[in-house]
Design a protein around this ligand. Structure first.
Ligand SMILES: [Zn+2]
Ligand SMILES: [Zn+2]
Length: 384
């Protein structure tokens, strides 16, 4: 192929189904819209599944401003059906199964040059603020050609265009439906452990809030050699499966005093690293309360809009504690690593997915997520 030609098979339909958000009061509704086509440095995938994540929930509920109408959904798997031009050096092929990461780095800015995909300015400026891709337009449109904006790749649809920088090939043996969680829940968990905490063998860990991301942090922390992984949540139901993912102890912070329990479990010291995976003041407090002297608190849960948490000044200062925000991961380096961990069975991605919804019921799935009824992660399975 030459650099000006797109490569595709001929079965791409003119229109597709997508869950569109037009009004936070109404929520998601499935519409027939134009099937997107990839431009330079992009691929088109036929979506196999898309995970339901809290960050979408903030947009659906109107807590985080985003241009509407929009298609959300930012952790996907699928099969490449078309390559846009400019993919000569990506090694990507039509027919290949891939995972798509929610952070879609431009690959050209200063942050990207330094390997900091998670700090890519153009990504935030164009996609997260305006719902666009790197040519300054969206790939999605109504049948009347009115624009529909994209939160990441707009994965809650039958087809999705993704910049080639944020897809990672997956082996055929990888189960694509639960595999959807690799692109956000698992990648964010990996990023928190590998990048945020830079966890070392033998360190002790607490994970506060054991939903989709928290469950993955438990698994990755154990894989990185944490000597203790203490899972903390407000729900016994969410804590029950944690030992199966590698937690060495579980603490219910409603019925138990989390600080006392963690001190007891760690010989009075507290943990070297406390991960916070929900983004509310209460979970920040718990994570800071269980931290050892010199410990690192790694928050990865996004708050609803402009939210603040309290930090005890003297404890943080006098005990040399660090607060190390961690957003996602470095898509191009870390997503392939996460795929590899999943493929080799080091992290269990299948059991994390407890609910599967058809596209028509995506709104119901998010409602269950809002009501904290989802164990681990729910996904939209496009085959249902
Ligand atoms: Zn997410
Ligand atoms: Zn960039």
């Amino acid at each position: 192929m030459t650099s000006n030609e797109a490569v595709h098979n001929t079965t791409i339909p003119e229109t597709m189904r997508a869950a569109v958000l037009r009004d936070p009061e109404v929520g998601l509704e499935v519409e027939i819209i134009r099937t997107p086509r990839p431009k330079n440095g992009e691929v088109l995938i036929k979506v196999a599944a898309c995970g339901l994540c809290h960050s979408d929930l903030h947009v659906i509920g109107g807590a985080i401003a985003f241009p509407l109408p929009a298609v959300l959904g930012h952790e996907v798997t699928g099969t490449i059906v078309e390559l846009g031009p400019g993919n000569e050096h990506t090694g990507l092929k039509v027919g290949q199964n891939v995972a798509g990461g929610f952070l879609m780095p431009c690959g050209q800015c200063e942050a990207c040059a330094a390997g900091h995909d998670e700090l890519c300015g153009p990504f935030f400026g164009l996609n997260r603020l305006q719902g666009l891709l790197y040519d300054g337009t969206t790939r999605l449109a109504t049948l009347e050609d009115d624009p529909i904006y994209m939160y990441s790749m707009g994965g809650l649809a039958e087809y999705a265009v993704i910049p080639s920088t944020s897809v990672a090939p997956v082996p055929d043996a990888l189960d694509l439906v639960p595999g959807a969680i690799l692109g956000c829940a698992a990648m964010t968990g990996y990023g928190a452990v590998r990048r945020g905490a830079d966890l070392r063998f033998g360190e002790t860990v607490a994970v506060v809030a054991t939903g989709g991301v928290g469950t993955n942090i438990v698994q990755v922390a154990r894989a990185f050699g944490a000597s203790q992984v203490i899972a903390i949540d407000v729900s016994d139901d969410k804590l029950a499966p944690m030992p199966g993912y590698g937690a060495t102890a579980v603490v219910n912070s409603v019925t138990q005093d989390a600080r006392e329990e963690v001190l007891k479990l760690t010989g009075g010291k507290g943990v070297d690293v406390a991960f916070e995976a929900l983004g509310i003041p209460a979970t920040w407090k718990t994570a800071l309360d269980v931290l050892a002297d010199g410990g690192r608190m790694v928050p990865i849960g996004l708050g609803a809009g402009v939210q603040t948490a309290q930090v005890e000044i003297n404890r943080t200062v006098r005990r040399s504690q660090k607060i190390l925000g961690s957003y996602g991961a470095r898509t191009r380096q870390d997503l392939p690593a996460v795929v590899d961990l999943a493929a080799r069975g080091v992290i269990n991605y299948k059991d994390v997915v407890s609910r599967r919804f058809p596209l028509e019921e995506a709104g119901t799935g998010y409602e269950a997520l809002r009501n904290r009824e989802i164990q681990g992660r729910a996904v939209v399975d496009m085959s249902l």
